[in-house]
Each structure stands twice: as structure tokens, then as C-alpha cells.
Design a protein around this ligand. Structure first.
Ligand code: SF4
Length: 170
């Protein structure tokens, strides 16, 4: 048995981002993990019924997904529409999928109000980043799933974690 990885579907080339684009991650490890049957793709926002394309959304200024989970912050589109419920639904869908496939690891798109794990945008739609996590990442982490960002360091750390997990599954 091999350890499974929950992965943002936009990283695998699916055109599901708010602007209808993908964020394809080209890396040898992705091809290898795909061949090994490890990858479990998910787009939390689309799973919750949000359309493609859709207006960009950010978490209220100064907050992160953790605050959205406890409802001290909201996620709003640049139109002003509150989409917190949809983002929470997407987070729950991602967690359910991870549990179904027994994923202990996730590789998710950094910067997203759902999938961001090291930074998100500050809620002002000015392109300004701050440290924080998206709503899906907050829920996954609260349930013991380790989330890695789509960066060279993130992939390297995930490779190390997989080696240990595969050894434990033997
Ligand atoms: Fe990609 Fe996650 Fe945004 Fe979906 S919610 S488009 S998987 S970053």
C-alpha cells in the first residue's frame, strides 16, 4: 500500500481557478506520484458548487482560514458577496475526500483562500500577501493532515514525509 496525497486539481492542469485557468505543476515527482496511484485531486471551491469562472475571493483583512472556521472572519468576493458558507462547504468536501482515501498529506496551491498554506491575500484585493492559511487548509490541519505548498521546498518535504509513511505502511 502507498500513502495517498490530496492535491489541488488546478495543480494537475484542471482549469478550475477563479479566472478559468489551471496552475499546472510540472515536476518529476508529480508524474511519479501519479504513476504510483497516490494522487487524489480536489477543487474545494468547485466541489461546493461555485462556478468557473467566478469573482476572486479573499479572507477578511488580517484573518486566515482558521478564523473563518470559527466564524470570526468572512470570505468575500470582490463584488462584496459573502461566500464563507461555500468555502466552508468546500473545505468539508476536501476533508471527507481525504478521509475516504486515508490521505495524511496534502499538496495544495499556496495563496488561495481555500488552499493557501503559507500565505494568503489580505482581503483588500490589492495583491498584498500576509502569512496565513486558507479555509480548507485550516480544516485539514485541524484534523491532523499535513499540508505542503506547491513550492520546491514543499515538494521536497513531502517526498521525505512519504518515505517515512510508506515505511510505516509496509
Ligand atoms: Fe485550485 Fe484550490 Fe483554487 Fe480549486 S480552490 S482552483 S484547487 S487553489
Amino acid at each position: 500500500m502507498v500513502a495517498k496525497i490530496l492535491i489541488s486539481s488546478c495543480l494537475l492542469g484542471a482549469p478550475v481557478r477563479y479566472n478559468g485557468s489551471a496552475k499546472t505543476l510540472v515536476h518529476d515527482a508529480i508524474d511519479r506520484w501519479h504513476g504510483e496511484g497516490r494522487l487524489v485531486p480536489v477543487c474545494p471551491e468547485v466541489s461546493a458548487g461555485l462556478p468557473i469562472p467566478r469573482p476572486p475571493a479573499e479572507i477578511e483583512q488580517g484573518y486566515s482560514g482558521t478564523d473563518v472556521l470559527v466564524r470570526t472572519a468572512r470570505i468575500v468576493e470582490n463584488t462584496g458577496r459573502d461566500v464563507s458558507d461555500e468555502f466552508l462547504c468546500g473545505a468539508q468536501n476536501a476533508l471527507a475526500l481525504a478521509n475516504t482515501h486515508n490521505c495524511r498529506f496534502a499538496l495544495l496551491t499556496d495563496g488561495s483562500p481555500s488552499c493557501g498554506s503559507s500565505f494568503i491575500y489580505n482581503g483588500q484585493f490589492t495583491g498584498t500577501r500576509h502569512r496565513g492559511v486558507g479555509a480548507t487548509v485550516a480544516l485539514l490541519q485541524n484534523h491532523g493532515i499535513t499540508v505542503f505548498a506547491n513550492t520546491p521546498d514543499g515538494i521536497a518535504h513531502l517526498e521525505q514525509a512519504l518515505i517515512k509513511q510508506d515505511d510505516a505502511l509496509i
